[in-house]
Design a binder for this molecule. Structure first.
Ligand code: SF4
Length: 323
């Protein structure tokens, strides 16, 4: 049976030096910076969007940018932007994948962000973040943690994202963060048609969020690219799904014929997608939670005067998502 990574080889760690570490992004009229201290990811999610930018060895060779803390501090000191821009940790890897146990680059960089009063958002599907519970708790008004959860079914998780911790363990860690009043959200993303889109799965995740005390829940459907489509067909086979039926269903709801072009980045049929997402929103609201990101309060940021031309305007992640 084919896998999308080398099942029999443990990931290899390679230390490297980077020239830059903060990279600006713009979505609509909003801006921020991404911070990725690793390249590659041991979580090995079959649907990973980040593989596009890197090599096919993305899952097996983990590069650690071991000068990241030093470069980050230099880049922040030289920041010339008119705004204090939030930093997204991470956009193309998981900052708390197992490599972090060895290198501690995320922890060191978070300390630097805190030193310069830079707000940050961490996206993760790891339990290792519990190591830094107190660090984030001390900065609770200027950060939030977004947990990506795709499935409550362990059999599916082990195949779909074999390097991630069990979903139940992630919820246990969320409970610890919430008990420290750290802002946490759950992003059910990506929702994968025929694999994780059942009412049973979504309802279970929403119930687990409620029990953990999560207040903000939202989700998004899978976008389809040629490399993701190749891996997804392996997932179908590993889950013993009916291949002809599954492939035809995807062709219909994503509107394509094989082979997928390399420049395709397809969304599911709009009306189907919005019906499903509206259904999730209703369930989240019925359970007393909010369908969207928590707001960070602007007036809680004492901006550091080292930043030039700061106009004290702060963006929230809602700004990014709504644009
Ligand atoms: S955790 Fe994120 S970056 Fe890592 S493999 Fe999964 S989707 Fe990709």
């Amino acid at each position: 049976m084919n896998f999308w990574y080398n099942k029999n080889a443990p990931p290899v760690f390679i230390a490297k030096r980077s020239k830059t570490i903060l990279h600006p992004f713009t979505i609509g009229k909003y801006h921020g910076h991404t911070l990725n201290v690793y390249q590659g990811c041991q979580h090995r999610c079959g649907y990973c969007y980040a593989t596009y930018e890197w090599s096919p060895e993305f899952y097996n060779k983990i590069y650690a940018k071991n000068n990241a803390p030093e470069i980050l501090e230099n880049e922040i000191r030289n920041w010339r932007s008119g705004d204090i821009l939030p930093v997204m940790v991470s956009s193309a890897t998981d900052a708390y994948q197992p490599a972090e146990m060895k290198f501690e680059l995320t922890r060191k960089c978070v300390k630097i962000l805190q030193k310069y009063d830079v707000p940050y958002y961490i996206f993760t599907k790891s339990t290792l973040i519990a190591r830094d519970l107190d660090l984030h708790a001390d900065y609770r008004d200027k950060c939030f943690i977004v947990w990506s959860i795709t499935t409550a079914d362990e059999k599916i998780r082990r195949i779909l994202e074999p390097g991630t911790p069990p979903t139940a363990s992630m919820f246990k860690v969320m409970e610890k963060f919430i008990s420290k009043r750290i802002q946490c959200a759950v992003n059910i993303d990506p929702i994968i048609p025929l694999v994780t889109d059942s009412n049973e799965n979504i309802d279970t995740i929403i119930s687990l969020c409620k029990v953990a005390g999560i207040k903000n829940v939202f989700g998004a459907f899978l976008r389809l690219r040629y490399d993701i489509w190749d891996r997804l067909k392996m997932v179908f086979a590993l889950l013993n799904m009916n291949l002809d039926f599954s492939i035809n269903h995807y062709k219909k709801i994503y509107g394509f014929s094989e082979p997928l072009r390399h420049d395709n980045n397809l969304s599911m049929e709009r009306s189907l997608e919005s019906t499903f997402l509206n259904n999730i929103a209703s369930k989240v609201l019925e359970n007393g939670m909010i369908n969207g990101f928590p707001e960070l309060k602007e007036n809680k940021f004492p901006y550091n005067t080292k930043f030039k031309n700061c106009d004290k305007r702060q963006l929230t992640l809602n700004n990014y998502l709504d644009s």
